[in-house]
Ligand binder design. Sequence first.
Ligand code: NAP
Ligand code: G4F
Length: 373
Amino acid sequence: MAKKALITGVTGQDGAYLAELLLAKGYEVYGARRRLSTDNTGRLRAHLGPKFRSPRFRLLYGDLTDSSSVNGFIGSIRPDEIYNLAAQSHVAVSFEQPEFTADCDALGTLRILEAVRNLGLGRKTRIYQASTSELYGKVRAVPQNEGTPFHPRSPYGVSKLFAYWIAVNYRESYGLFASNGILFNHESPLRGETFVSRKATIGLSRISWGLDKCLYLGNLDSKRDWGHARDYVSAMHMMLLRDEPGDFVIATGKQYSVRRFIETAAAVAGLTLEWKGKGLAERGVVAGIAAPHPAAGLSRHELRVKKGDVVVRISPEYFRPSEVDTLLGDASRAARELGWRPKVAFKELVEEMMLADLYAARKAVYLKTGGFR
Ligand code: NAP
Ligand code: G4F
């Protein structure tokens, strides 16, 4: 009998990579998605390709803010493993929708744990909770590991803090197999378009092809520990294969600023940026032009950017009421106990994202002009 895995948040970045991984391992995969007025399966459909139609892959409707829905889908599937990835996952948005964020991210997790307990699945079902490095927020130690105290800095972080502890509490109180993955930022070509990494790779690609003029961003100086989503979903699965539940930091152990991410992405299109001005008047100016990456599908003469163009500006709307300035993870416990190590390095990650978005921009130019200029 194939094992049954349920993924909440299957339509998100991690959901797509995890569904791919579990299907490849022979699981029956059930993906819960919420109902929206537009289709939210595009990313997943494109990523899974023909496997989207596999009889071992099933989508169902389920919203974490609705306990009858959560009880219903867990009760009908009776999964061996639950990966709770569903969340309002945007930190800046959580300041504008704090109550929804708490309902989905904090109480949603509780609803899953309660459903597993009340349905008598406590001995059968293993639960992965998508915890986050945002728990560390205003960091108390560098680097952060499983013993570092938490100090969240947003309604998102605080909601995830509840989720973290309620998972620990149900493990200690009722013996549920519930494990927290404290994952640091992880990105990919499937990353949501409003997170800074993807916003930058889309923006710089469109600027390179002449579709946009400038990219507007907030704090360029915050630092993140950035890994690849494909590497990180494999850690989720490893955590549920252990004999005992536990909590693990998953990170690369290397840190780069948002500014460095942008410079690295621009270089894939052949652009060297120079930063001029300070504060809100700071801007990223094209200081040099070289041949784009050989796999970019963009030649130097097709680049619609010239020296001196301002391609990055700062806009106050992208600053947060409180910021997480620096995150750097220590994943040595995961290396020791799970045998997990990241495979994709920062430069490779940025290149993969940038190449994918340069191709998307190229296609947009083609559709707009009926051919390449
Ligand atoms: P994501 O792309 O934003 O995906 C979030 C998923 O949750 C989407 O499928 C979304 O559905 C779904 N969702 C939102 N509200 C829901 C609701 N009320 N009921 C059911 N589903 C709902 O996030 P991700 O990057 O894949 O991250 C996966 C999880 O890991 C999230 O919990 C996130 O907070 C956490 N995490 C992410 C990172 C990271 O760097 N990526 C790091 C640490 C932790 P729609 O498609 O309909 O919007
Ligand atoms: O890409 P971000 O929005 O990711 P953030 O806030 O680090 O959160 C992500 O990682 C967490 C793990 O640490 C997850 F739990 C969470 O769900 C999410 O996946 O912002 C990264 C940094 C921030 O310091 C932000 O202030 O980039 C800065 N930034 C600068 N300009 C911007 C922008 N962020 C966004 N989204 N948009 C900007 O224009």
